[in-house]
Write a protein that binds this ligand. Structure first.
Ligand SMILES: C[S@@+](CC[C@H](N)C(=O)[O-])C[C@H]1O[C@@H](n2cnc3c(N)ncnc32)[C@H](O)[C@@H]1O
Length: 201
């Protein structure tokens, strides 16, 4: 176990810290995860739902791959589409789960970025700009200004129980619309961190 500013960091968080590719990035990540643990009980939630560790690992890896270093994220305006919420449910159990709380936006806050989270679920009390929107409604993202984001993340919307129940039959139309909006909202040279709405290859 590694010592942190607030005590001893649980091993599961230390393993995520190790994803950082440089000593400064690992120090940044250690502080960020320490804050997430203090503010949102991250380690306790991972102990209850171990797949949350895989999700955090995936998010950190995506950020490192997209930006080259975690230090480069400071000051970046990042849109997270279907960011997760405190009321989001699991596609496996159908029940509310800690796995899909807005961890990417929370992590971005701790890394010094300016995330904007969009979700249909409950985001009350979150420390980042957020909007409750139904992404299946045509024009749902029109209120955001063109070219206003340095980076965009969108992950696991289409398989979610909320989406399938409300919009499952319109998946392809909505996927195309999200892809179009990503191109509109990203500034020239901006980074697509990840998108299930974008066709790869
Ligand atoms: C499986 S979670 C994914 C959370 C996070 N992006 C991730 O990758 O872990 C899917 C999210 O999509 C949101 N969602 C589902 N249907 C939506 C809709 N029509 N409009 C906005 N958000 C929706 C849910 O509330 C949930 O937070």
């Amino acid at each position: 176990m590694a010592a942190t500013g607030s005590g001893v960091m649980p091993g599961v968080l230390s393993r995520i810290v190790a994803i950082g590719r440089s000593a400064p990035d690992r120090a940044l990540l250690r502080r960020a995860l320490d804050e997430l643990d203090a503010r949102h009980r991250l380690a306790e939630k991972i102990a209850a739902e171990p797949n949350l560790a895989a999700i955090m690992t995936e998010f950190v890896t995506r950020l490192v791959d997209a930006f080259g270093s975690l230090a480069a994220i400071r000051g970046q305006a990042v849109l997270d589409i279907a960011c997760g919420s405190s009321s989001s449910r699991s596609p496996v159990t159908g029940r509310q789960t800690s796995e899909f709380e807005p961890w990417m936006c929370r992590l971005l806050v701790e890394l010094g970025a300016h995330p904007v989270g969009l979700d249909i679920g409950d985001l009350a009390g979150e420390a980042f700009e957020h909007h409750r929107v139904d992404l299946g409604v045509p024009g749902a993202l029109d209120f955001l200004a063109p070219g206003s984001f340095d980076a965009i993340h969108e992950s696991r919307l289409f398989g979610s129980p909320e989406f399938r129940a409300a919009h499952g039959s319109a998946t392809e139309r909505i996927r195309r619309e999200i892809h179009r909006q990503e191109r509109r909202l990203l500034r020239p040279g901006g980074v697509l961190i990840h998108s299930d709405g974008r066709r790869h290859g």
